[in-house]
Design a binder for this molecule. Structure first.
Ligand SMILES: CC(C)(COP(=O)(O)OP(=O)(O)OC[C@H]1O[C@@H](n2cnc3c(N)ncnc32)[C@H](O)[C@@H]1OP(=O)(O)O)[C@@H](O)C(=O)NCCC(=O)NCCS
Length: 163
């Protein structure tokens, strides 16, 4: 293992992580959609977290986006955060790749992200995508966002990882 990653333990979330996940997402109000603790609790099995010295320093989650035409679903990678003092140490990549490894056995059609960090996701193999193609898949997540009036006025970029 890379020495610089050793301080971090990436593991599945537990119910007791919910308050710290809530705070981690609120730390990036311009970059992440905040999630109520109730939503975090209901999706505990779709969250991974990273710990350093017993403190939560990273989060990632995913959701299932059913295909209207049938077939295997697509997934959305969500709530990816690394605490500011732990950035640029490989932890974001490690969290994203761990989430993708959890999704992969379900044979996803594609994995989608909405992001302000296209360079980061580009390094993981994600490529820009047309929001209009994805809007019905994104509707569920966007429907809970109070920041913009529609996915098309939201400045986040859509990117996908094809399988
Ligand atoms: C985006 C974020 C998760 C990246 O986490 P990180 O731990 O700093 O990323 P890593 O150290 O694993 O970086 C992986 C690669 O991406 C690059 N990278 C990371 N952030 C970058 C950025 N903002 N711009 C350009 N490249 C970036 C790194 O240089 C590294 O490149 P390399 O593999 O060639 O060395 C983190 O900055 C963050 O939490 N941002 C705020 C929340 C957010 O925007 N989340 C994404 C929402 S979808």
């Amino acid at each position: 293992m890379n020495d610089k990653l050793e301080p971090f333990l990436v593991r599945p979330a537990t119910f007791s992580d919910a308050p710290a996940i809530f705070a981690a997402l609120k730390a990036y109000p311009d970059r992440l959609v905040p999630r109520p603790v109730s939503d975090i609790l209901l999706n505990t099995d779709r969250f991974l977290v990273a710990e350093k010295d017993g403190e939560l320093v990273g989060t990632v989650a995913w959701s299932i986006l059913p295909e209207l035409e049938g077939g295997n679903p697509s997934f959305e990678l969500q709530s990816l955060s690394v605490r500011a003092d732990c950035c640029r140490m490989g932890l974001g990549r490690r969290l994203a790749e761990a989430a993708i490894a959890r999704i992969r056995p379900y044979r996803p059609k594609e994995i989608i992200v909405l992001t302000f960090s296209p360079e980061f996701f580009g390094k993981l193999g994600f490529r820009p995508a047309d929001k209009r193609r994805l809007v019905y898949k994104l509707y569920h997540g966007c429907a809970h966002c109070a920041k913009y009036d529609s996915p098309f006025t939201c400045p986040e970029l859509a990117m996908t990882l094809a399988f």
